[in-house]
Design a protein around this ligand. Structure first.
Ligand SMILES: Cc1ncc(COP(=O)(O)O)c(C=O)c1O
Length: 420
Protein backbone atom coordinates (compact mmCIF):
# COMPACT_ATOMS: atom_id res chain seq x y z
CA UNK A 1 0.00 0.00 0.00
CA UNK A 2 1.25 3.46 -0.86
CA UNK A 3 0.85 6.05 1.87
CA UNK A 4 1.34 9.65 0.79
CA UNK A 5 3.77 11.87 2.64
CA UNK A 6 2.15 13.75 5.50
CA UNK A 7 0.89 17.13 4.37
CA UNK A 8 1.16 18.60 7.84
CA UNK A 9 4.59 18.78 9.42
CA UNK A 10 4.29 17.43 12.93
CA UNK A 11 5.96 19.73 15.43
CA UNK A 12 8.65 17.86 17.31
CA UNK A 13 9.20 18.65 21.00
CA UNK A 14 12.62 19.84 22.11
CA UNK A 15 15.15 17.24 23.07
CA UNK A 16 16.75 18.69 26.18
CA UNK A 17 14.92 18.66 29.52
CA UNK A 18 13.98 22.19 30.27
CA UNK A 19 10.61 22.64 31.88
CA UNK A 20 9.99 26.07 30.35
CA UNK A 21 10.62 24.67 26.91
CA UNK A 22 8.57 21.52 27.62
CA UNK A 23 5.68 23.76 28.66
CA UNK A 24 5.68 25.33 25.21
CA UNK A 25 4.54 21.95 23.86
CA UNK A 26 1.30 22.29 25.85
CA UNK A 27 -0.77 25.19 24.46
CA UNK A 28 -3.46 24.88 27.13
CA UNK A 29 -0.97 25.97 29.79
CA UNK A 30 -0.58 29.40 28.20
CA UNK A 31 -3.92 30.72 29.40
CA UNK A 32 -4.98 32.73 32.40
CA UNK A 33 -7.83 31.72 34.72
CA UNK A 34 -9.54 34.37 36.84
CA UNK A 35 -6.84 36.78 35.70
CA UNK A 36 -4.03 34.51 36.98
CA UNK A 37 -1.73 32.21 35.01
CA UNK A 38 -3.26 28.74 34.95
CA UNK A 39 -1.56 26.35 37.37
CA UNK A 40 -2.75 22.92 36.30
CA UNK A 41 -2.38 20.42 39.14
CA UNK A 42 -5.14 17.99 38.21
CA UNK A 43 -3.05 15.62 36.14
CA UNK A 44 -4.23 12.56 38.05
CA UNK A 45 -7.72 13.19 36.67
CA UNK A 46 -6.57 13.99 33.15
CA UNK A 47 -3.30 15.28 31.73
CA UNK A 48 -2.84 17.93 29.05
CA UNK A 49 -2.13 17.19 25.41
CA UNK A 50 1.07 18.30 23.61
CA UNK A 51 1.05 19.95 20.20
CA UNK A 52 2.56 16.86 18.61
CA UNK A 53 -0.46 14.79 19.66
CA UNK A 54 -2.96 17.51 18.72
CA UNK A 55 -1.42 17.82 15.26
CA UNK A 56 -1.40 14.06 14.74
CA UNK A 57 -5.11 13.90 15.57
CA UNK A 58 -5.81 16.86 13.29
CA UNK A 59 -3.84 15.23 10.50
CA UNK A 60 -5.97 12.10 10.74
CA UNK A 61 -9.19 14.13 10.68
CA UNK A 62 -8.06 16.41 7.85
CA UNK A 63 -6.38 13.90 5.60
CA UNK A 64 -6.92 10.30 6.65
CA UNK A 65 -10.39 10.04 8.13
CA UNK A 66 -12.07 6.82 7.16
CA UNK A 67 -13.23 3.63 8.83
CA UNK A 68 -10.58 1.01 9.49
CA UNK A 69 -10.12 -2.67 8.60
CA UNK A 70 -13.10 -3.00 6.28
CA UNK A 71 -12.11 -0.83 3.35
CA UNK A 72 -10.11 -1.61 0.26
CA UNK A 73 -9.79 2.05 -0.68
CA UNK A 74 -6.84 4.34 -0.12
CA UNK A 75 -8.13 6.32 2.89
CA UNK A 76 -9.34 3.25 4.76
CA UNK A 77 -6.01 1.57 4.31
CA UNK A 78 -4.24 4.71 5.47
CA UNK A 79 -6.42 4.98 8.58
CA UNK A 80 -5.89 1.27 9.28
CA UNK A 81 -2.13 1.66 8.96
CA UNK A 82 -2.15 4.58 11.41
CA UNK A 83 -4.43 2.77 13.89
CA UNK A 84 -2.44 -0.46 13.79
CA UNK A 85 0.75 1.59 13.92
CA UNK A 86 -0.45 3.01 17.24
CA UNK A 87 -0.95 -0.54 18.50
CA UNK A 88 2.61 -1.39 17.54
CA UNK A 89 3.78 1.64 19.55
CA UNK A 90 1.73 0.47 22.56
CA UNK A 91 3.27 -2.98 22.27
CA UNK A 92 6.78 -1.54 22.49
CA UNK A 93 5.75 0.97 25.18
CA UNK A 94 4.65 -1.76 27.62
CA UNK A 95 6.92 -4.47 26.19
CA UNK A 96 4.11 -6.87 25.26
CA UNK A 97 5.13 -9.95 23.33
CA UNK A 98 2.71 -9.29 20.50
CA UNK A 99 0.34 -6.56 19.26
CA UNK A 100 -2.52 -9.05 19.54
CA UNK A 101 -2.16 -8.77 23.32
CA UNK A 102 -2.89 -5.02 23.22
CA UNK A 103 -6.64 -4.41 23.08
CA UNK A 104 -7.78 -0.86 22.40
CA UNK A 105 -10.49 0.31 24.82
CA UNK A 106 -11.94 3.67 25.88
CA UNK A 107 -9.84 3.73 29.05
CA UNK A 108 -8.90 1.82 32.18
CA UNK A 109 -12.54 1.46 33.25
CA UNK A 110 -13.54 -0.23 30.02
CA UNK A 111 -10.41 -2.38 30.12
CA UNK A 112 -11.22 -3.69 33.60
CA UNK A 113 -14.85 -4.30 32.63
CA UNK A 114 -13.68 -6.19 29.55
CA UNK A 115 -11.66 -8.55 31.75
CA UNK A 116 -14.49 -8.90 34.26
CA UNK A 117 -16.95 -9.87 31.50
CA UNK A 118 -14.58 -11.86 29.30
CA UNK A 119 -12.63 -13.71 31.98
CA UNK A 120 -14.56 -13.29 35.23
CA UNK A 121 -17.99 -14.30 34.00
CA UNK A 122 -16.55 -17.37 32.31
CA UNK A 123 -14.11 -18.64 34.91
CA UNK A 124 -15.32 -17.39 38.32
CA UNK A 125 -18.21 -19.06 40.11
CA UNK A 126 -20.04 -19.54 43.39
CA UNK A 127 -17.79 -19.72 46.44
CA UNK A 128 -14.75 -18.39 44.55
CA UNK A 129 -12.83 -15.42 45.90
CA UNK A 130 -11.52 -12.28 44.23
CA UNK A 131 -8.86 -10.19 45.97
CA UNK A 132 -8.60 -6.44 45.47
CA UNK A 133 -6.91 -3.82 47.67
CA UNK A 134 -8.17 -1.18 50.08
CA UNK A 135 -6.88 1.62 47.84
CA UNK A 136 -8.64 0.78 44.58
CA UNK A 137 -10.36 3.33 42.37
CA UNK A 138 -14.07 2.51 42.00
CA UNK A 139 -13.22 1.27 38.49
CA UNK A 140 -11.38 -1.64 40.08
CA UNK A 141 -13.98 -2.32 42.78
CA UNK A 142 -17.44 -2.06 41.26
CA UNK A 143 -16.98 -4.46 38.30
CA UNK A 144 -15.69 -7.18 40.67
CA UNK A 145 -18.53 -6.52 43.09
CA UNK A 146 -21.01 -6.88 40.24
CA UNK A 147 -19.38 -10.19 39.33
CA UNK A 148 -19.50 -11.41 42.93
CA UNK A 149 -23.19 -10.56 43.13
CA UNK A 150 -23.96 -12.33 39.89
CA UNK A 151 -21.95 -15.46 40.65
CA UNK A 152 -22.14 -15.76 44.42
CA UNK A 153 -18.39 -15.15 44.69
CA UNK A 154 -16.71 -13.26 47.52
CA UNK A 155 -14.67 -10.05 47.45
CA UNK A 156 -11.63 -9.97 49.77
CA UNK A 157 -9.66 -6.78 50.45
CA UNK A 158 -5.95 -6.34 51.22
CA UNK A 159 -5.80 -3.73 54.02
CA UNK A 160 -3.30 -0.88 54.29
CA UNK A 161 -1.45 0.88 57.09
CA UNK A 162 -1.77 4.53 58.15
CA UNK A 163 0.82 5.60 55.59
CA UNK A 164 -1.25 4.08 52.79
CA UNK A 165 0.91 1.01 52.17
CA UNK A 166 -0.60 -2.40 51.52
CA UNK A 167 -0.08 -5.04 54.21
CA UNK A 168 1.44 -7.91 52.30
CA UNK A 169 1.28 -10.35 55.22
CA UNK A 170 -2.47 -9.86 55.23
CA UNK A 171 -2.46 -10.44 51.47
CA UNK A 172 -0.68 -13.75 52.05
CA UNK A 173 -3.33 -14.68 54.58
CA UNK A 174 -6.10 -13.93 52.05
CA UNK A 175 -4.63 -16.08 49.27
CA UNK A 176 -6.00 -19.60 49.32
CA UNK A 177 -7.34 -22.35 47.09
CA UNK A 178 -10.62 -20.45 46.62
CA UNK A 179 -8.84 -17.36 45.23
CA UNK A 180 -9.57 -17.14 41.54
CA UNK A 181 -8.51 -13.60 40.66
CA UNK A 182 -6.45 -10.68 42.00
CA UNK A 183 -6.97 -7.07 40.83
CA UNK A 184 -4.73 -4.36 42.29
CA UNK A 185 -3.75 -0.84 41.34
CA UNK A 186 -0.14 -0.11 40.40
CA UNK A 187 -0.37 3.42 41.87
CA UNK A 188 -3.15 4.82 44.06
CA UNK A 189 -4.89 7.84 42.53
CA UNK A 190 -5.99 9.07 45.98
CA UNK A 191 -2.72 8.53 47.88
CA UNK A 192 0.04 8.27 45.31
CA UNK A 193 1.31 4.98 46.79
CA UNK A 194 3.30 2.84 44.37
CA UNK A 195 2.42 -0.76 45.14
CA UNK A 196 4.92 -3.63 44.93
CA UNK A 197 2.93 -5.17 42.11
CA UNK A 198 5.64 -7.56 40.95
CA UNK A 199 5.66 -9.12 44.40
CA UNK A 200 1.84 -9.20 44.49
CA UNK A 201 1.74 -10.96 41.12
CA UNK A 202 4.41 -13.48 42.10
CA UNK A 203 2.55 -14.46 45.26
CA UNK A 204 -0.76 -14.91 43.37
CA UNK A 205 0.93 -17.00 40.71
CA UNK A 206 2.08 -19.46 43.39
CA UNK A 207 -1.65 -20.31 43.63
CA UNK A 208 -2.06 -20.26 39.84
CA UNK A 209 -4.20 -17.11 40.15
CA UNK A 210 -4.21 -14.52 37.35
CA UNK A 211 -3.62 -10.86 38.24
CA UNK A 212 -4.93 -7.65 36.71
CA UNK A 213 -2.99 -4.46 37.36
CA UNK A 214 -4.78 -1.14 37.08
CA UNK A 215 -2.03 0.97 35.55
CA UNK A 216 -4.00 4.22 35.05
CA UNK A 217 -1.75 6.24 37.38
CA UNK A 218 1.55 4.50 36.67
CA UNK A 219 1.73 4.71 32.90
CA UNK A 220 2.00 8.53 32.68
CA UNK A 221 4.88 8.62 35.16
CA UNK A 222 7.10 5.61 34.79
CA UNK A 223 8.15 2.51 32.97
CA UNK A 224 5.86 -0.46 32.51
CA UNK A 225 7.19 -3.81 31.35
CA UNK A 226 4.36 -6.32 31.33
CA UNK A 227 6.72 -9.23 30.65
CA UNK A 228 8.97 -8.33 33.55
CA UNK A 229 5.95 -7.85 35.85
CA UNK A 230 4.46 -11.07 34.50
CA UNK A 231 0.99 -9.58 35.00
CA UNK A 232 -1.87 -11.33 33.25
CA UNK A 233 -3.77 -8.12 32.46
CA UNK A 234 -2.75 -4.44 32.58
CA UNK A 235 -5.25 -1.62 31.97
CA UNK A 236 -4.65 2.09 31.39
CA UNK A 237 -6.21 5.26 29.94
CA UNK A 238 -4.74 7.48 27.23
CA UNK A 239 -6.13 10.73 28.61
CA UNK A 240 -3.98 10.46 31.73
CA UNK A 241 -0.84 10.04 29.60
CA UNK A 242 -1.05 13.08 27.31
CA UNK A 243 -3.38 11.50 24.72
CA UNK A 244 -7.02 12.38 23.93
CA UNK A 245 -9.98 11.02 25.87
CA UNK A 246 -11.51 7.83 24.48
CA UNK A 247 -8.15 6.12 24.08
CA UNK A 248 -6.79 3.35 26.26
CA UNK A 249 -5.47 -0.17 26.38
CA UNK A 250 -6.01 -3.41 28.20
CA UNK A 251 -3.09 -5.76 27.79
CA UNK A 252 -3.73 -9.46 28.31
CA UNK A 253 -1.59 -12.54 27.90
CA UNK A 254 -2.56 -14.09 24.57
CA UNK A 255 -3.26 -17.51 26.09
CA UNK A 256 -5.83 -15.98 28.45
CA UNK A 257 -7.41 -13.65 25.88
CA UNK A 258 -7.84 -16.64 23.54
CA UNK A 259 -9.82 -18.52 26.19
CA UNK A 260 -12.01 -15.56 27.15
CA UNK A 261 -15.44 -14.63 25.88
CA UNK A 262 -15.72 -11.46 23.79
CA UNK A 263 -16.79 -8.36 25.67
CA UNK A 264 -19.20 -6.88 23.13
CA UNK A 265 -20.70 -8.31 19.97
CA UNK A 266 -20.93 -6.53 16.63
CA UNK A 267 -18.97 -5.63 13.55
CA UNK A 268 -15.23 -6.24 13.24
CA UNK A 269 -15.10 -8.88 16.02
CA UNK A 270 -16.33 -11.80 13.92
CA UNK A 271 -14.96 -14.29 11.40
CA UNK A 272 -18.34 -15.35 10.10
CA UNK A 273 -21.97 -14.79 11.02
CA UNK A 274 -25.00 -16.91 10.20
CA UNK A 275 -28.28 -16.97 12.08
CA UNK A 276 -27.22 -20.36 13.42
CA UNK A 277 -23.73 -19.49 14.64
CA UNK A 278 -21.11 -16.78 14.80
CA UNK A 279 -17.38 -17.43 14.96
CA UNK A 280 -15.13 -14.77 16.43
CA UNK A 281 -12.22 -12.91 14.90
CA UNK A 282 -8.66 -13.55 15.98
CA UNK A 283 -7.00 -11.34 18.59
CA UNK A 284 -7.09 -8.42 19.06
CA UNK A 285 -10.21 -7.83 16.90
CA UNK A 286 -12.26 -10.33 18.93
CA UNK A 287 -12.40 -7.67 21.66
CA UNK A 288 -12.89 -4.60 19.49
CA UNK A 289 -16.50 -4.64 18.34
CA UNK A 290 -17.74 -1.70 16.29
CA UNK A 291 -15.93 1.41 15.13
CA UNK A 292 -13.31 2.36 17.71
CA UNK A 293 -12.05 5.82 18.70
CA UNK A 294 -9.68 5.87 15.73
CA UNK A 295 -8.42 9.45 16.08
CA UNK A 296 -7.92 9.06 19.84
CA UNK A 297 -5.98 5.81 19.56
CA UNK A 298 -3.77 7.31 16.84
CA UNK A 299 -3.29 10.19 19.30
CA UNK A 300 -2.26 7.67 21.95
CA UNK A 301 0.42 6.43 19.57
CA UNK A 302 1.62 10.02 19.13
CA UNK A 303 1.65 10.52 22.92
CA UNK A 304 3.92 7.48 23.22
CA UNK A 305 6.20 9.02 20.57
CA UNK A 306 6.20 12.25 22.58
CA UNK A 307 7.10 10.49 25.84
CA UNK A 308 9.90 8.61 24.11
CA UNK A 309 11.28 11.84 22.67
CA UNK A 310 11.25 13.81 25.93
CA UNK A 311 12.55 10.77 27.82
CA UNK A 312 10.42 8.91 30.32
CA UNK A 313 13.20 8.44 32.83
CA UNK A 314 14.18 12.11 32.82
CA UNK A 315 10.53 13.10 33.18
CA UNK A 316 10.06 10.68 36.09
CA UNK A 317 13.16 11.99 37.87
CA UNK A 318 11.94 15.57 37.47
CA UNK A 319 8.46 14.69 38.78
CA UNK A 320 10.01 12.87 41.72
CA UNK A 321 11.89 16.02 42.74
CA UNK A 322 8.76 18.13 42.23
CA UNK A 323 6.71 15.86 44.53
CA UNK A 324 9.48 15.92 47.14
CA UNK A 325 9.54 19.72 47.05
CA UNK A 326 5.74 20.02 47.16
CA UNK A 327 5.47 17.55 50.04
CA UNK A 328 8.11 19.42 52.02
CA UNK A 329 6.49 22.81 51.46
CA UNK A 330 2.83 21.85 51.88
CA UNK A 331 3.40 19.68 54.96
CA UNK A 332 5.21 22.59 56.63
CA UNK A 333 1.99 24.67 56.60
CA UNK A 334 0.34 24.60 60.02
CA UNK A 335 -2.99 22.78 60.03
CA UNK A 336 -2.27 20.75 56.88
CA UNK A 337 -2.36 16.97 57.08
CA UNK A 338 -1.02 14.93 54.18
CA UNK A 339 -3.12 11.84 53.40
CA UNK A 340 -0.85 9.17 51.98
CA UNK A 341 2.70 9.13 53.24
CA UNK A 342 3.98 5.89 51.76
CA UNK A 343 7.72 5.51 51.25
CA UNK A 344 7.17 4.80 47.56
CA UNK A 345 4.98 7.50 46.03
CA UNK A 346 4.49 9.35 42.81
CA UNK A 347 2.74 12.44 41.47
CA UNK A 348 -0.05 12.77 44.05
CA UNK A 349 -0.26 15.08 47.06
CA UNK A 350 -3.56 14.59 48.90
CA UNK A 351 -4.21 16.77 51.92
CA UNK A 352 -6.81 18.11 54.32
CA UNK A 353 -6.73 21.31 56.37
CA UNK A 354 -8.23 21.23 59.87
CA UNK A 355 -12.01 21.70 59.52
CA UNK A 356 -11.97 23.31 56.10
CA UNK A 357 -13.91 21.30 53.53
CA UNK A 358 -11.79 20.30 50.51
CA UNK A 359 -14.43 21.79 48.19
CA UNK A 360 -13.84 25.18 49.80
CA UNK A 361 -10.09 24.70 49.35
CA UNK A 362 -10.65 23.83 45.69
CA UNK A 363 -12.90 26.85 45.13
CA UNK A 364 -10.45 29.35 46.62
CA UNK A 365 -7.56 27.79 44.73
CA UNK A 366 -9.57 28.08 41.52
CA UNK A 367 -9.91 31.83 42.15
CA UNK A 368 -6.10 31.88 42.15
CA UNK A 369 -6.02 30.07 38.80
CA UNK A 370 -5.00 26.76 40.40
CA UNK A 371 -6.71 23.56 39.27
CA UNK A 372 -6.71 20.79 41.86
CA UNK A 373 -9.28 18.08 42.58
CA UNK A 374 -11.40 18.08 45.71
CA UNK A 375 -13.56 15.11 46.62
CA UNK A 376 -13.35 11.38 47.16
CA UNK A 377 -11.41 10.78 43.92
CA UNK A 378 -13.61 7.78 43.08
CA UNK A 379 -12.02 6.03 46.04
CA UNK A 380 -14.61 6.30 48.81
CA UNK A 381 -13.18 3.34 50.78
CA UNK A 382 -9.85 5.20 50.97
CA UNK A 383 -11.61 8.25 52.44
CA UNK A 384 -13.32 6.00 54.98
CA UNK A 385 -10.01 4.33 55.89
CA UNK A 386 -8.47 7.73 56.69
CA UNK A 387 -11.63 8.99 58.32
CA UNK A 388 -12.05 12.02 56.06
CA UNK A 389 -15.05 12.88 53.84
CA UNK A 390 -12.80 14.03 51.03
CA UNK A 391 -9.33 15.40 50.34
CA UNK A 392 -7.82 18.15 48.24
CA UNK A 393 -5.47 16.59 45.71
CA UNK A 394 -2.69 18.22 43.75
CA UNK A 395 -1.27 15.87 41.13
CA UNK A 396 1.80 16.71 39.08
CA UNK A 397 3.13 16.18 35.59
CA UNK A 398 6.56 16.92 34.13
CA UNK A 399 5.39 20.31 32.83
CA UNK A 400 4.67 21.61 36.33
CA UNK A 401 7.25 23.80 38.07
CA UNK A 402 8.53 24.56 41.54
CA UNK A 403 7.18 28.10 41.08
CA UNK A 404 3.74 26.58 40.62
CA UNK A 405 4.22 24.67 43.87
CA UNK A 406 5.08 28.00 45.54
CA UNK A 407 1.87 29.50 44.10
CA UNK A 408 -0.04 26.53 45.52
CA UNK A 409 1.52 27.04 48.95
CA UNK A 410 0.63 30.77 48.98
CA UNK A 411 -2.94 29.95 47.95
CA UNK A 412 -3.28 27.33 50.71
CA UNK A 413 -2.08 29.94 53.20
CA UNK A 414 -4.76 32.26 51.85
CA UNK A 415 -7.41 29.54 52.34
CA UNK A 416 -6.35 29.22 55.99
CA UNK A 417 -6.51 33.00 56.39
CA UNK A 418 -10.05 33.14 54.95
CA UNK A 419 -11.44 30.19 56.92
CA UNK A 420 -9.11 30.16 59.93
C1 LIG B 1 -6.20 4.28 39.51
C2 LIG B 1 -7.28 4.54 38.52
N1 LIG B 1 -7.93 3.53 37.96
C3 LIG B 1 -8.90 3.71 37.06
C4 LIG B 1 -9.29 4.96 36.69
C5 LIG B 1 -10.38 5.13 35.69
O1 LIG B 1 -9.88 5.70 34.53
P1 LIG B 1 -10.86 6.13 33.36
O2 LIG B 1 -11.91 6.99 33.98
O3 LIG B 1 -9.97 6.86 32.41
O4 LIG B 1 -11.40 4.88 32.77
C6 LIG B 1 -8.67 6.07 37.26
C7 LIG B 1 -9.11 7.44 36.95
O5 LIG B 1 -8.92 8.37 37.71
C8 LIG B 1 -7.63 5.86 38.19
O6 LIG B 1 -6.98 6.88 38.76
Amino acid sequence: MVVAENLITITKPRLDWDVERIRKDFPVLRQTVNGKPLVYLDNGASSQVPVMVIERGAQYIEQEHSNIHRGVHYLSMKATTAYEGAREKVKRFINARDTKECIFVRGATEGINLVMHGYGRKFIGAGDEIIISAMEHHANIVPWQMLCEEKGARLRVIPMNDAGELLLDDYDALLNAKTKFVAVTHVSNALGTINPVKEIIERAHKYGVPVLIDGAQQVPHGKVDVQDLDCDFYAFSGHKMFAPTGSGVVYGKAALLERMNPFQGGGDMIKSVTFEKTTYADLPNKFEAGTPAIASQIGLGAAIDYLNIVGREKAAAYEHELLRYATERVSAIEGVRIIGTAREKLSVLSFVIDDIHPHDIGTILDQEGIAIRAGHHCAQPVMKRFNVPATARASFAFYNTKEEVDTLVSAIEKVIEVFG
